[in-house]
Design a protein around this ligand. Structure first.
Ligand code: NAD
Length: 337
């Protein structure tokens, strides 16, 4: 029965290890008494003509109505005549920004223990506009599209995020010395937005220099905002700084305040159904979702329980060098709560 005190959120358990790690999120939310009621949707086995994809129209309507959701990994179906699942979600829900918090996990040793940054990637244009063609034999052309509207939108989100999350600095990442028109326009939009946020330090860093600074001393960065292609690369680079994709949460922000959180790893078919998957990335994504809903107390409690469990080192999944099952790791988190 619907309970009016509960917030409804859409859950796509996804494929492969998706249902196992989603179960982990459901259990942790239950123990933490998070006031959320899940509306579960699975990817269909037939193409829905209304979406031209295996994603059903009802599932997209569910996200549009709830404005908030969590997505497990989805295996890319083989065969023609359908749109990619992630592309369908991005287009249909207008998911214009991909946000990835990236921080060192205490107790899980990597080269750095002081990473604490956020990458915000423009997700709708740039080199990913799909405008490629052959001019003549042996010569091809790809168009990079940068618009004022999309650049202002993502810059606005980055500064808003910085302000509401107690962050001090926003760095715009670019190559405007070469891409004078496209990245030039992106920077111009970032500067315009920066003027409205005098309390936040704004800087511009050239992408190549940014890469060098990130691997030398990632603590130099706070919030990074960038066009699509740079964001794709830099966000994975940052995931590597803290131990890999299995630990990295992400959240997609869409038109009209939609937030769809997701783990960045895939469906891991090699370990699916074996109770071996690490649910950390999806759990930390669900924490991002709770922060978007301003449920900070619940978010902090769950995040602390996850980090303490990993730091303790008694229950860790195989990918982190431990021997715990998904269920044992999840139970340890619940015990911490
Ligand atoms: P993958 O991320 O599924 O797996 C790569 C390796 O990492 C595997 O060895 C796997 O066991 C391991 N791994 C991944 N997540 C893990 C976790 N949570 N715990 C422990 N180990 C984990 O990448 P892939 O094999 O290239 O892709 C498999 C399928 O996933 C493909 O169909 C692909 O299209 C899809 N995929 C989906 C998404 C998404 O939905 N966002 C992203 C990437 C890949």
């Amino acid at each position: 029965a619907a309970n009016s005190d509960l917030i409804r959120a859409t859950l796509f358990p996804g494929d492969g290890i998706g249902p196992e790690i989603s179960e982990s999120v459901k259990q942790v939310f239950k123990v933490a008494e998070v006031p959320i009621e899940w509306e579960e949707h699975y990817v269909g086995t037939d193409i829905d003509p209304r979406t031209q994809s295996f994603l059903t129209w009802e599932s997209l309507e569910s996200v549009r109505r709830n404005k908030v959701g969590l997505k497990g990994p989805m295996a890319t179906p083989i065969g023609k005549g359908h749109r990619s699942l992630n592309l369908t979600l991005r287009k249909e829900l207008n998911l214009y920004a991909n946000v990835r918090p990236c921080y060192s996990l205490p107790g899980y040793k990597t080269k750095y223990d002081d990473v604490d940054l956020i990458t915000i990637r423009e997700n709708t244009e740039g080199e990913y506009s799909g405008l490629e063609h052959q001019v003549v034999r042996g010569v091809v052309e790809s168009l990079k599209i940068i618009t004022r509207q999309a650049s202002l939108r993502v810059a606005e989100y980055a500064f808003h995020y910085a302000k509401t999350h107690g962050r001090q600095r926003v760095s715009a990442i670019h190559k405007a010395n070469i891409m004078q028109k496209t990245d030039g326009l992106f920077l111009k939009c970032c500067r315009e937005v920066a003027e409205k946020y005098p309390d936040i330090v704004y800087e511009e860093v050239v992408i190549d220099n940014c890469c060098m600074m990130l691997v030398k001393n990632p603590a130099l960065f706070d919030v990074l905002v960038m066009p699509n292609l740079y964001g794709d690369i830099i966000s994975d680079l940052c995931a590597g700084l803290i131990g890999g994709l299995g630990l990295t949460p992400s959240c997609n922000i869409g038109e009209g305040g939609i937030a769809l959180a997701e783990a960045v790893h895939g469906s891991a078919p090699d370990i699916a159904g074996k109770n071996l998957a690490n649910p950390t990335a999806l759990l930390l994504s669900s924490v991002s979702m709770l922060r978007h809903l301003d449920l900070h107390e619940k978010a902090n409690a769950i995040q602390d329980a996850i980090l303490n469990t990993i730091a303790e080192g008694k229950y860790r999944t195989g990918d982190l060098g431990g021997r715990a099952t998904t269920a044992e790791f999840t139970k340890a988190i619940c015990d911490h709560l």
